[in-house]
Design a protein around this ligand. Sequence first.
Ligand code: UGA
Length: 438
Amino acid sequence: MKIAMVGAGYVGLVSGVCFSDFGHTVVCVEKDENKLAKLRDGQVPIYEPGLDQLLEKNMAGGHLSFTGDLAAALVDADACFIAVGTPTRRGDGHADLSYVLESAREIADAMPEDLVVVIKSTVPVGTNRKVAETIRQQRPGAAFHMASNPEFLREGVAIADFTRPDRVVVGLESEHAEAVLRAIYRPITSRQTPLLVSDPETAELIKYASNSFLAMKITFINEVANLCERVGGDVETVAHGIGLDSRIGERFLNAGPGYGGSCFPKDTIAFAQTGRDAGAVQSLVEATILSNDQRKSAMADKIIQACGGDVRGKRIAILGVTFKPETDDMRDAPSLTIVPALQAAGAQVVACDPQAAHEARDMLPGASWSNGPYEAASDADAVVILTEWNQFRGLNLAELAACMRGTTFIDLRNIYNADEMDAAGLDYWPVGKRPSLS
Ligand code: UGA
């Protein structure tokens, strides 16, 4: 198949590179000239493990190329994927569709006959028909086919998620579109991954309902963690105990500082807004959004409490500032709430992060930066694990304790246990369990 991929951001780039690795010919269209120049030079502008090698291999193999010229990319194309951004629109919480609709108009101007136009961007229900209408207005009478194909990639493990997904979802109404998408995804579906075919609205809803459900699952366990801290109990064992019920499942039940990133916060807000507009209020999703917002500031309070209720003049080391490991993405990261709250309470914050220090510097003004966990912990009154990077999973706790001024260790990802903290002479404050003071 010959595929044009409009937008070489996170989703477009991962999808385009992986499709080319399946043997399809892929041309990615990127308007940002800096990004385009980097990509043409074989450089990946984002941090995603394994993507650079795959990109290099397929560019060298002649399956993958990058251009700023959409019309050129559409010559003889079987399918054109729209993978541009849909940020939250200011003011009303709706997804901003201006980039999607602009792409639709540009595609309409240059599309070959019977092109399958596939929406991969996360878009609210109804967008598929809106895009079709936009194309029809721009090119009355032209023959094209619409499809919706939401993505379920997680940053940091996107290549594995793309090549071995739980399912592929396509929403469409034309036999030709179904045949083309089946051909594009054959390398995956031939390994028994289900390809679910629905109407466009259902496919659009599956994406938002999936992200909202996962965000709700995380928020549920975070609230249970609060309860465990008050009444006694261990949230990890509670999560394990309920997750063993196959109707619940164990994944996405790790209590933490609240979900962040480019998807859950934005998609829950958009889904809730769609529900309100349609007169079908999604009250669980509304509660999830509120609870998660509150959790981020509650984590700052938890750190202050662990530091004796007053952090004025105290030096607090923050290990990890991204919303999760294996990414340099800072969007809606809990650190963006927690660090300023600690600073406002008078703390001096010193941070370190394996990937995002450069990106985060301007977003966390007033924080100082160190090269690694031991340097960050040097003279610190307290150390906080905020992101569970592998680099922070096997710390030499005795060495860390020796360079600290205080003995407070706050583990917002529950990666250590009370015994090892005790052995190092550290006071341990996990999430959803009683603290253990050495
Ligand atoms: C999420 C979904 O998992 C993907 O399926 C989806 O395709 C993607 O959004 C998207 O819509 O593009 P992502 O945002 O990359 O992927 O990251 P997740 O691994 O889902 O983590 C999101 C947040 O939830 C992180 O802040 C993470 O720390 C938090 N989380 C996750 C928890 O606090 N506990 C958990 O058990 C799991």
